[in-house]
Design a protein around this ligand. Structure first.
Ligand SMILES: [Zn+2]
Length: 145
């Protein structure tokens, strides 16, 4: 007997800022004004684009994009008694984020649109992703026997 687990996944579309080669010697070609704190524009994956504005608090000057939400159908409320996390429809939220002064993005992995979660480096995410794919392959191989 086999069992099937259904995972609902929803990709949140994001618009990307015009890509380009934002370097010290080339200014981005965008059709909206860039705030003074962001003279070289956004990385290609940033979906905020013209939402960055002059009055954004320093701590909030983040690029963001590639948002992905995943409904966790196998989540057990026994894992957490936190009401923000153990809801009827727990959801994992992931996206790229990078403060405009950081050299590379991080990945946010959180729960239910709250500030409860973790940031992982790109390297950490890559290691975890490879291991997850290995586990998925092992599970599929075992199911095929
Ligand atoms: Zn941006």
């Amino acid at each position: 007997m086999t069992s099937t687990t259904t995972i609902e996944a929803e990709t949140v579309p994001v618009t990307t800022a015009p890509s380009g080669t934002a370097t010290v010697t080339s200014l981005p070609q965008v059709d909206y004004p860039l705030p003074a704190w962001l003279p070289y524009g956004c990385p290609a994956w940033c979906g905020y684009g013209d939402e960055h504005d002059e009055d954004t608090h320093y701590d909030d000057r983040n690029h963001g994009g590639f948002a992905f939400n995943l409904v966790l159908t196998a989540f057990s409320s026994a894992i957490s008694d936190d009401r923000d996390i153990a809801t009827e429809r727990p959801e994992l939220n992931m996206n790229l984020v990078q403060h405009y002064r950081e050299v590379e993005p991080r990945i946010w992995i959180g729960f239910n649109g709250t500030n409860k979660g973790v940031h992982v480096t790109i390297s950490e995410a890559e290691k975890a992703a490879r291991h997850l794919l290995d586990m998925v392959a092992a599970a599929h191989a075992a199911a095929a026997r």
